[in-house]
Unconditional design. Structure first.
Length: 213
Protein backbone atom coordinates (compact mmCIF):
# COMPACT_ATOMS: atom_id res chain seq x y z
CA UNK A 1 0.00 0.00 0.00
CA UNK A 2 2.85 2.39 0.85
CA UNK A 3 4.49 1.63 -2.50
CA UNK A 4 1.24 2.26 -4.38
CA UNK A 5 0.81 5.61 -2.64
CA UNK A 6 4.41 6.56 -3.50
CA UNK A 7 3.81 5.62 -7.15
CA UNK A 8 0.66 7.73 -7.40
CA UNK A 9 2.09 10.72 -5.55
CA UNK A 10 5.21 10.85 -7.75
CA UNK A 11 3.50 10.02 -11.07
CA UNK A 12 5.57 6.88 -11.56
CA UNK A 13 4.54 4.45 -14.28
CA UNK A 14 4.64 0.73 -13.53
CA UNK A 15 5.77 -1.33 -16.53
CA UNK A 16 4.94 -5.03 -16.35
CA UNK A 17 6.61 -7.67 -18.52
CA UNK A 18 4.21 -8.93 -21.16
CA UNK A 19 2.06 -5.82 -21.05
CA UNK A 20 2.00 -2.74 -23.26
CA UNK A 21 4.63 -0.13 -22.40
CA UNK A 22 7.35 -2.54 -21.24
CA UNK A 23 10.64 -1.99 -23.17
CA UNK A 24 10.27 -4.35 -26.16
CA UNK A 25 13.96 -5.26 -26.53
CA UNK A 26 14.31 -6.03 -22.83
CA UNK A 27 11.29 -8.31 -22.92
CA UNK A 28 13.21 -10.83 -25.05
CA UNK A 29 15.95 -11.21 -22.40
CA UNK A 30 15.53 -14.34 -20.31
CA UNK A 31 16.29 -12.67 -16.95
CA UNK A 32 14.47 -9.37 -17.57
CA UNK A 33 12.78 -7.91 -14.47
CA UNK A 34 9.07 -8.64 -14.16
CA UNK A 35 8.33 -5.04 -13.11
CA UNK A 36 10.01 -1.73 -13.90
CA UNK A 37 9.27 1.65 -12.33
CA UNK A 38 9.59 4.65 -14.66
CA UNK A 39 9.56 8.36 -13.87
CA UNK A 40 9.36 10.45 -17.05
CA UNK A 41 8.27 9.59 -20.57
CA UNK A 42 7.67 5.92 -21.43
CA UNK A 43 7.09 6.74 -25.12
CA UNK A 44 10.87 6.87 -25.53
CA UNK A 45 11.23 3.14 -24.94
CA UNK A 46 10.44 2.26 -28.57
CA UNK A 47 13.34 4.28 -30.00
CA UNK A 48 16.65 2.91 -31.17
CA UNK A 49 18.83 2.71 -28.06
CA UNK A 50 22.58 3.23 -27.64
CA UNK A 51 23.84 2.32 -24.17
CA UNK A 52 27.06 4.08 -23.18
CA UNK A 53 29.19 2.72 -20.32
CA UNK A 54 32.67 3.26 -18.97
CA UNK A 55 34.96 4.00 -16.07
CA UNK A 56 34.06 6.29 -13.17
CA UNK A 57 37.46 8.00 -13.58
CA UNK A 58 37.81 8.80 -17.28
CA UNK A 59 40.92 10.32 -18.82
CA UNK A 60 40.72 13.33 -21.14
CA UNK A 61 40.82 10.85 -24.03
CA UNK A 62 37.67 9.12 -22.71
CA UNK A 63 35.88 12.43 -22.14
CA UNK A 64 36.73 13.55 -25.68
CA UNK A 65 35.32 10.31 -27.11
CA UNK A 66 31.98 10.84 -25.32
CA UNK A 67 31.72 14.42 -26.64
CA UNK A 68 32.52 13.18 -30.16
CA UNK A 69 30.07 10.25 -29.96
CA UNK A 70 27.16 12.36 -28.71
CA UNK A 71 27.76 14.99 -31.40
CA UNK A 72 27.42 12.24 -34.05
CA UNK A 73 24.41 10.58 -32.38
CA UNK A 74 22.79 14.02 -32.16
CA UNK A 75 22.27 13.82 -35.95
CA UNK A 76 20.03 10.78 -35.45
CA UNK A 77 16.85 10.16 -33.47
CA UNK A 78 18.24 7.75 -30.88
CA UNK A 79 17.89 7.29 -27.13
CA UNK A 80 21.05 7.35 -25.00
CA UNK A 81 20.95 5.00 -22.03
CA UNK A 82 23.38 4.81 -19.12
CA UNK A 83 23.56 4.25 -15.37
CA UNK A 84 23.84 7.81 -13.95
CA UNK A 85 27.11 6.84 -12.22
CA UNK A 86 30.17 9.09 -11.91
CA UNK A 87 32.47 9.41 -14.91
CA UNK A 88 31.49 8.22 -18.38
CA UNK A 89 27.81 7.64 -17.42
CA UNK A 90 27.40 11.23 -16.19
CA UNK A 91 29.18 12.63 -19.25
CA UNK A 92 27.00 10.56 -21.60
CA UNK A 93 23.79 11.91 -20.04
CA UNK A 94 25.05 15.51 -20.01
CA UNK A 95 26.33 15.44 -23.60
CA UNK A 96 23.12 13.75 -24.76
CA UNK A 97 21.11 16.63 -23.29
CA UNK A 98 23.46 19.17 -24.92
CA UNK A 99 22.85 17.54 -28.30
CA UNK A 100 19.05 17.47 -27.79
CA UNK A 101 18.99 13.68 -27.46
CA UNK A 102 16.58 11.88 -25.18
CA UNK A 103 18.35 10.04 -22.38
CA UNK A 104 17.38 7.55 -19.67
CA UNK A 105 19.23 6.72 -16.48
CA UNK A 106 18.87 3.18 -15.12
CA UNK A 107 19.24 3.21 -11.34
CA UNK A 108 20.53 0.61 -8.88
CA UNK A 109 18.10 1.74 -6.15
CA UNK A 110 14.54 2.97 -5.63
CA UNK A 111 13.16 6.12 -7.27
CA UNK A 112 12.86 7.86 -3.89
CA UNK A 113 16.56 8.82 -4.06
CA UNK A 114 19.35 9.71 -6.49
CA UNK A 115 22.83 8.19 -6.24
CA UNK A 116 25.33 9.72 -6.47
CA UNK A 117 23.81 12.79 -4.77
CA UNK A 118 25.93 15.06 -6.97
CA UNK A 119 23.74 14.02 -9.93
CA UNK A 120 20.42 15.19 -8.46
CA UNK A 121 20.29 18.32 -10.65
CA UNK A 122 21.24 16.25 -13.71
CA UNK A 123 18.51 13.71 -12.93
CA UNK A 124 15.93 16.51 -12.69
CA UNK A 125 17.07 17.86 -16.07
CA UNK A 126 16.85 14.38 -17.60
CA UNK A 127 13.19 14.13 -16.58
CA UNK A 128 12.47 17.06 -18.93
CA UNK A 129 14.05 15.21 -21.87
CA UNK A 130 13.93 11.56 -20.88
CA UNK A 131 13.32 9.37 -17.84
CA UNK A 132 14.66 7.49 -14.84
CA UNK A 133 14.12 3.74 -14.69
CA UNK A 134 14.52 1.17 -11.91
CA UNK A 135 13.43 -2.35 -11.01
CA UNK A 136 13.72 -1.49 -7.31
CA UNK A 137 10.94 -0.30 -5.00
CA UNK A 138 11.28 2.82 -2.88
CA UNK A 139 13.58 2.43 0.12
CA UNK A 140 16.01 0.09 -1.67
CA UNK A 141 19.49 1.55 -1.13
CA UNK A 142 22.28 1.73 -3.74
CA UNK A 143 24.04 -1.40 -2.50
CA UNK A 144 26.87 -3.14 -4.32
CA UNK A 145 24.87 -6.18 -5.43
CA UNK A 146 22.25 -4.00 -7.16
CA UNK A 147 24.56 -2.62 -9.83
CA UNK A 148 25.19 -5.83 -11.85
CA UNK A 149 21.38 -6.21 -11.87
CA UNK A 150 21.12 -2.64 -13.14
CA UNK A 151 23.72 -3.43 -15.82
CA UNK A 152 21.60 -6.21 -17.35
CA UNK A 153 18.84 -3.64 -18.00
CA UNK A 154 21.37 -1.24 -19.58
CA UNK A 155 22.46 -4.13 -21.84
CA UNK A 156 19.03 -5.62 -22.48
CA UNK A 157 17.34 -2.39 -23.61
CA UNK A 158 20.13 -1.56 -26.08
CA UNK A 159 20.48 -1.98 -29.81
CA UNK A 160 24.18 -1.30 -29.29
CA UNK A 161 26.38 -1.03 -26.19
CA UNK A 162 29.40 1.29 -26.43
CA UNK A 163 32.26 0.86 -23.94
CA UNK A 164 34.23 4.12 -23.90
CA UNK A 165 36.96 3.44 -21.32
CA UNK A 166 37.42 0.64 -18.80
CA UNK A 167 40.09 -0.89 -16.63
CA UNK A 168 40.74 -4.62 -16.69
CA UNK A 169 37.84 -5.16 -14.26
CA UNK A 170 34.60 -3.32 -13.55
CA UNK A 171 30.93 -2.82 -14.26
CA UNK A 172 31.47 -1.86 -17.90
CA UNK A 173 32.96 -5.27 -18.69
CA UNK A 174 30.07 -6.96 -16.85
CA UNK A 175 27.64 -4.96 -19.02
CA UNK A 176 29.56 -5.94 -22.17
CA UNK A 177 29.50 -9.65 -21.20
CA UNK A 178 25.76 -9.50 -20.52
CA UNK A 179 25.17 -7.69 -23.82
CA UNK A 180 27.10 -10.41 -25.65
CA UNK A 181 24.96 -13.08 -23.96
CA UNK A 182 21.89 -11.23 -25.30
CA UNK A 183 23.43 -11.12 -28.82
CA UNK A 184 23.60 -7.31 -28.78
CA UNK A 185 26.13 -5.28 -30.76
CA UNK A 186 29.03 -4.34 -28.46
CA UNK A 187 31.51 -1.67 -29.53
CA UNK A 188 34.63 -0.32 -27.81
CA UNK A 189 37.10 2.49 -28.27
CA UNK A 190 40.71 1.29 -28.37
CA UNK A 191 43.36 2.94 -26.21
CA UNK A 192 47.13 3.01 -25.90
CA UNK A 193 48.70 -0.31 -24.97
CA UNK A 194 50.17 1.23 -21.80
CA UNK A 195 47.01 3.03 -20.64
CA UNK A 196 45.35 1.33 -17.60
CA UNK A 197 41.97 2.94 -18.32
CA UNK A 198 41.91 1.35 -21.79
CA UNK A 199 42.91 -2.17 -20.70
CA UNK A 200 39.30 -3.39 -20.59
CA UNK A 201 38.40 -2.00 -24.02
CA UNK A 202 41.56 -3.40 -25.63
CA UNK A 203 40.81 -6.75 -23.98
CA UNK A 204 37.24 -6.80 -25.36
CA UNK A 205 38.50 -6.03 -28.88
CA UNK A 206 41.34 -8.57 -28.67
CA UNK A 207 38.97 -11.33 -27.52
CA UNK A 208 36.41 -10.47 -30.24
CA UNK A 209 33.83 -9.50 -27.59
CA UNK A 210 33.50 -5.99 -29.02
CA UNK A 211 33.82 -4.37 -32.43
CA UNK A 212 36.40 -1.64 -32.82
CA UNK A 213 35.14 1.94 -33.20
Amino acid sequence: EAEWQFIQKNQIKVLVKGQQGYPPKLEHCIDAPHVLYCKGSTELLNKRVVSVVGTRSPSQYGKDRVVELMAVLGQHDVLVLSGLAYGIDTMAHKEALKNKLTTIGVLGHGLDQIYPHANRALAAEMLQQGALLSEFMQGIKPEKQNFPKRNRIVAGMADAVVVVESGSKGGSLITADIANSYNKDVLAYPGRATDPSSKGCNQLIRNHKANLI
